[in-house]
Design a protein around this ligand. Structure first.
Ligand code: NAP
Length: 323
């Protein structure tokens, strides 16, 4: 019999890929979507007739209970949050409302309405902040360094607490940065692929960036959502690190993207002190040994695949809409 999933954050990068994956697996998919005065369904427009949209908001407990009542999900993936770290400094209370207390509302709703729902919480490597070891594992201590990471740490521990106290099937995927052509333009990976495409097409002359030697653990969003789905297919809930297990520098990313469009980045990229952040004392990079061992998951896309897919997408999109 086919399963039913409810996804919060359906309209975001991960939600849109996860829904696609679950539709391929013949799930009945419901998405919790908040009202917007403009169209926020652009990432799912190609299959929006195959998913059921339920109006709701992480800020509103009743809407969450009603959504679970209506969907009767076997699996609930909480991918909704205020997901942009810099904004969490200017809107710390709202970030906590969405990203921390919103999870409390969801877990309470599951417990009261359908406690046999399997629950996935989108945790983040930002919970480690300035970690005392590298690579980080599922056992590394949390030391978040911004309101976003602090809210995610609350949500993470609350999910573990509900698992232990109420015996819910609830687990957290601690994801490192993951990207795709559906990534928001404010994130550095997308800024670079878009920047290279714009310069190639003559739509921009330069690209200003921060610290080119900063290193990140980047993987493809499609790989990340495959891991999330796998985590809810087990007999017992476990938390896992989800990442590439490797780091690449911003410089490597810039070089790969510009080389791909036949340009030398030295001619176009400058370092702007406004965006500059010093190197981290300890690298944020996840050990994916546990998820490999227990679930047999590992990323399928390489770093170069990801850069090329995003540059190709940006070239096509700019060509169609800006030229
Ligand atoms: P995203 O593209 O920013 O999408 C966020 C989603 O949350 C959107 O669908 C948004 O809806 C929804 N949302 C925000 N506030 C809401 C609210 N109050 N009620 C209901 N929905 C709300 O994020 P993403 O990249 O897909 O990330 C998915 C999850 O993974 C997030 O929890 C994020 O924090 C976490 N994460 C992401 C990364 C990454 O590299 N992408 C890394 C670590 C963790 P609208 O369309 O209406 O704005």
């Amino acid at each position: 019999m086919s399963k039913t999933a409810l996804i919060t954050g359906l309209t975001g990068q991960d939600g849109s890929y996860l829904a696609e994956l679950l539709l391929e697996k013949e799930y009945k998919v419901y998405g919790l979507v908040r009202r917007s005065s403009t169209n926020n369904l652009t990432r799912i427009h190609h299959y929006s007739d195959r998913v059921e949209l339920i109006s709701g908001d992480l800020l509103d407990q009743h809407s969450l209970m009603d959504a679970i009542e209506q969907a009767q999900p076997d699996e609930l993936y909480n991918l909704a949050s205020q997901s942009y770290v810099p904004l969490s400094w200017t809107q710390p209370s709202l970030t906590a409302e969405y990203t921390a207390i919103g999870v409390s509302r969801l877990l309470e709703s599951i417990r009261r309405v359908k406690p046999d729902t399997k629950f996935y919480q989108a945790s983040s490597s930002e919970v480690f902040g300035q970690p005392d070891e590298s690579p980080q594992t599922e056992k590394t201590a949390f030391r978040p360094r911004n309101p976003y990471g602090t809210s995610k740490a609350y949500a993470h521990w609350l999910t573990c607490n509900y698992r232990e106290h109420y015996n819910l099937y609830a687990c957290c995927g601690i994801t490192y940065t993951h990207e795709s052509p559906r990534r928001g333009a404010e994130f550095v990976f997308r800024k670079i692929t878009q920047g290279a495409a714009m310069i190639k097409l003559g739509l921009a002359k330069e690209l200003k960036l921060g610290n080119l030697d900063a290193r990140r653990d980047w993987c493809h969003a499609k790989d990340a959502v495959a891991a999330m789905c796998l985590m809810l297919q087990q007999d017992t809930p476990e938390d896992y690190i989800i990442g590439s297990g490797k780091t690449h520098s911003v410089r490597e990313l810039v070089d790969t993207a510009f080389q791909y469009v036949g340009l030398n980045y030295h001619d176009y990229v400058s370092v702007d002190p406004e965006f500059y952040r010093p190197d981290e004392a300890v690298q944020l990079v996840g050990s994916i040994e546990e998820i490999k061992l227990q679930l047999g998951w590992e990323p399928k896309y390489t770093f170069a695949d990801l850069v090329q897919e995003m540059v190709d997408y940006d070239l096509k999109e700019l060509h169609e809409n800006r030229l």
